[in-house]
Design a binder for this molecule. Structure first.
Ligand code: SAH
Ligand code: SF4
Length: 343
């Protein structure tokens, strides 16, 4: 069976060239076609000789992602369903806000963590995405942004389907291509990784000195409640997570963002707000309160206007750096936690 060449490193491509009598500068050309230009076939590699291309073609293929279905929300959000080479699907979203153009991308087909409020969680995990499948979502959405809004992509968030820290190697590699000259050459500051809180992997991120913005999906600041709505909390206690975030901050000096989805009568009382304040006060941080996007069949509702207001006012009084995020693309199920491949 042929191998997907995008899974090879630059050195591995060079080795292949050496072993097959191809001059070594060709490996740089091929590499550049794969990443800088995101090409989809060897025949596009116009500066590579036909003979050399055919040697590559015998051994390798280039797995691509294809836009299968697209919807535009009344608020301008564009959701794309991508078909992968093996027939699986993931979704990516372009979220416009004034001049800020954000790509929300997926890191896995489905997710293994089954948070009780999340649509992706109901799918289970099918497989990890490759670095190229993650990166090519960004490339696609970046082109879409120019095409629809005539504005370049400014931000990338790993907040689509999947838990990025459970596909660590490929996610890191995709960040490399997004932020280096080999790919899109965007600043690290533009990239945000959202995690449900796997402390061991947060530490690893700090050690690898990956200076992206880190968002922690907290959603409950009491141990019992968090375990109930986020099963991953059973093996990653709040204390362990907090320690790992402190470590991340000590290494990267980057403020952590806590995400907190307000679920009606579940985590939206003033006592919950107090717990949240208590938990987050130990670290220089921001808190994003997120409006819940109801998912059919899961039994959660968004918090009432009054409770939301009380919750936020409590945090403001305590001096917490808090903001409310209204969700986008709701009418097309493109909002956070609504990505579940239905159309
Ligand atoms: N797995 C990662 C990243 C993807 S989820 C994580 O959990 O952080 C991106 C964000 O959307 C997370 O904060 C998640 O908790 C939140 N989310 C999930 N379902 C949601 C829903 N129905 N409404 C609003 N936010 C939701
Ligand atoms: Fe997975 Fe994140 Fe959804 Fe939880 S919230 S099920 S971790 S995608």
């Amino acid at each position: 069976m042929k191998k997907d060449i995008t899974t090879l490193s630059k050195d591995e491509i060079k080795d292949f060239c050496d072993k097959n009598g191809i001059r070594s500068y060709v490996s740089s050309q091929v590499y550049s076609w794969l990443w800088n230009k995101s090409c989809t076939s060897f025949s596009e590699m116009s500066n590579v000789s036909i003979k050399d291309r055919s040697i590559f073609e015998k051994e390798f293929l280039i797995n691509n992602i294809q836009d299968d279905y697209e919807e535009i929300s009344s608020d301008g959000t564009v959701k794309t369903k991508f078909k992968l080479h093996d027939g699986n699907f993931v979704e990516g979203v372009l979220i416009p806000k004034d001049k800020r153009m954000t790509a929300c991308i997926s890191s896995q087909v489905g997710c293994s963590l089954s948070c009780s409020f999340c649509a992706t969680g109901t799918l289970g995990l099918t497989r990890n995405l490759t670095a190229s499948e993650i990166y090519r979502q960004v490339v696609y959405i970046s082109r879409k942004s120019m095409e629809v809004y005539n504005l370049p992509l400014t931000n990338i968030v790993y907040m689509g389907m999947g838990e990025p820290l459970l596909n660590y190697k490929n996610v890191l590699r995709s960040i490399h291509y997004i932020t280096s000259e080999e790919g899109l050459n965007m600043s690290y500051k533009r990239v945000t990784l959202s995690t449900s809180g796997i402390s061991k992997m947060i530490r690893r991120l700090a050690e690898d000195n990956v200076k992206v913005n880190l968002a922690l999906s907290l959603h409950a600041a009491s141990e019992e409640l968090r375990k109930e709505i986020m099963p991953i909390g059973k093996s990653n206690t709040l204390e362990e997570i907090r320690d790992s975030l402190k470590y991340y901050f000590s290494k990267t000096r980057k403020k952590v963002t806590y995400e907190y989805v307000l679920l009606r009568d579940v985590n939206d009382s003033v006592e919950d707000a107090h717990n949240l304040y208590n938990y987050t006060k130990h670290l220089s941080s921001k808190v994003n309160i997120i409006e819940y996007n109801p998912v059919e069949g899961l039994g959660f509702e968004k918090s009432s206007f009054e409770k939301t207001e009380k919750f936020i006012n409590y945090l403001l009084k305590k001096g917490v750096n808090v903001s409310l995020r209204r969700s986008r693309g709701k009418d097309i199920n493109a909002a956070c936690g609504q990505l579940a491949n239905k159309n």
